[in-house]
Write a protein that binds this ligand. Sequence first.
Ligand SMILES: Cc1cc2nc3c(=O)[nH]c(=O)nc-3n(C[C@H](O)[C@H](O)[C@H](O)COP(=O)(O)O)c2cc1C
Length: 161
Amino acid sequence: MRSVIYYYSFSGNTRSVAETIAEFLLSKGDVILRRLKPVDEPGNFFIQALQAKRRACPKLLEESFDVTDYDLIVCGTPVWAFSPAPAVNTLLQKIQGIENKSVILFTTFGSGVGNKRCLEYMKETVSVKKPKEIQLFTIAGKRTKDKDYVFSQFKRLWPNG
Ligand SMILES: Cc1cc2nc3c(=O)[nH]c(=O)nc-3n(C[C@H](O)[C@H](O)[C@H](O)COP(=O)(O)O)c2cc1C
């Protein structure tokens, strides 16, 4: 199985989860980890939240959004103002070749308020592109560095372990 993991991370939580998922998926085949980064990235909380709330789609340094070569596409984001981080909006808009593929969308979050809404929004956005299946996965920010925990939670998505 060939997998690609796209993720955005500002302070490292989502990155930790993406890396743990990559380790898990390595046992199933090839894995590529792609970090999404806006060309122009605000560091201010209020601007970040405002852009996320407006569902902004910034230009990214990453320009490869064609997933035709992969069987599984994983995409992770921190929850920002009940929404994906803007970099992930760009990916979800531009991604190509996702038809009939398996997709896993994941979030990391702080308080958890808006987490469900964020995942549902991501799911709706990707559904339009007709993947075979979409699974959702989430990890609380404070548990993202607990590799064993993340590993065990992710493993649950595999019916046969
Ligand atoms: C601008 C901003 C907005 C946020 N909004 C939410 C939110 O609506 N709900 C929530 O549970 N956590 C929220 N958080 C917390 C992050 O989702 C959480 O800390 C996440 O794990 C950070 O991931 P990262 O370290 O990969 O950037 C917000 C954080 C930031 C910086």
